[in-house]
Design a protein around this ligand. Sequence first.
Ligand code: ZN
Length: 447
Amino acid sequence: MAVFAEKALLAEGWKKNVRITFDGCSIESVTPDATPQAGDERHAIVVPGMPNLHSHAFQRAMAGLAEVRGPASDSFWSWRTVMYDFALSMTPEEIEAVAAQLYMEMLEAGFTRVGEFHYLHHDKDGRPYENIAEHAERIGAASTSAGINLTLLPVFYAHSNFGGQPPIDGQRRFINSLDSFARLMDASGKVTAKLDGGELGLALHSLRAVTPDELQTLVANHGNGPIHIHVAEQVKEVEDCISWSGARPVEWLLANAPVDERWCFIHATHMTKAETTEMATRGAIAGLCPITEANLGDGIFPAETFLQNGGQFGVGSDSNISISVAHELRQLEYSERLGLRARNVIAAAGQSTGRRLFDGALSGGAKALSGATGLAAGASADMVSLDARDVFVRSDDQLLDHWIFADGVAVDSVWTNGRKRVADGRHVDRQRIVEQFRKTMKSLVNS
Ligand code: ZN
C-alpha cells in the first residue's frame, strides 16, 4: 500500500512528490522527489495526524445542553452540575456509543490519537462493576470501532477538595482507594495492550482530588509513562489551594512533585510569571484545551512567556463541545490576541503562525501521549490528507494558515495504523456508528 503526495510535511519541512509506503501499522518508507507508481493512491497534501491530548468522552453527550443562562451568573461550577447529571445517568453501552461517535468525529477532524482522561469508572450507585475496568474496556472498544489510537489515562480521584475532604455524592462514580485504583490500572493495561497503538498513562484528577501522600505513592508506582493532571483551571481553585497550602497549584506541584517531561499539566491557565517559566524549564507539557477553556470562561494561558522559555504544548478537546484541529489551534492563538491586543503571538518573528501552532501541538501532544507521530520510516502510519483545491497561497506554510484561520482547507482522508478511516471527509463506518449514537442520545436526552 502506498500514498503519493504532491506535497507532504516531513520533520525536515515541506517536500514535493513524496511517496509513502506502509508495512502493516507502520510507515515503511518516505521518499521525496519520487515518481508515482501504478496502484499508488494520489493525494495533493499530506500532513501527520494530530494528537488530541485531553478528552472526557462521555461529555460529548452534553454538547450544546449547558448553554442556557441560569438564575445567577453562570460559571464552571454550574456547568459541572449539568455534567454530573449526565455522568451519573449513563450506562456502559451508552458510554461506548457516545465515545465511538466522538472518536469518529475526531478522525474526521484530523486527530489520529486521543488521550482519554478517564474518570467515570463505577456503576450508577458508585459501586465498582464486577470487572473494575468495565468502562475502560468500553472506551477501548469505542477506539477500535472508530479506529483511533488510544492513550488511556485512568484517573485517580478520591476527594472533593484540598486537604483530603470526602467526596460528594455526585462524584460517587469517580472514586477509588489506592488499592482499587491499582487493580484498575492493571486491568486498564490489559485493555491497551490489546489495541493497535494502545498506550497507558496515569492521571491524577487534580490537586483537589488527591492528597500529597496519595500523589507520591501513585507517581512512585507508575514507572516512566505520562502523568496528566488538571491544574489551575479556575481562580477559585487557585484560591482554595493557597488557603490549604500557602502555595498556588502549579507552584505546589513544582515544589512537591518530581515534575519533568513525563508530566502534562492540563489547563495551567492561572500561573504567575515565575510558575510559567519554571514549568517550561522543567519540560512539563502544557495540555491546552482552548475551545473548552473559552466555553467555560476559564481564562487565558500565558503562552508568550511559556514559549519564550522553551515550553512545549499540545491541544485537547476536553469537554468535546466542538471537535476540530483547526478551530482548537485557532482559538489558542485568538485567545492570546484578545488578551494581549496583538497579532501573531505564538509564532516567532517571520514565522507562519499556522505552522508554529501545528508543529508545536504535534510534538507536544505526541510526547504527552507516548505516541510518536510524524511522517517517517518506522513511525505509526497515522496521517491526514488535505483538500485545498480552492486555496491560493504564496508559501506551503500558508496552507496551514489557511486551514487553521480561513476555513478554505478541508480534511479529505485520514489513516491510522496504515488503515484508511476517513475518505472524502467522512468516516468509512459513519452510518453504523451514528445509528448507535442517535439511539443513545434519544434515550439520554429524554430521560
Ligand atoms: Zn478535563
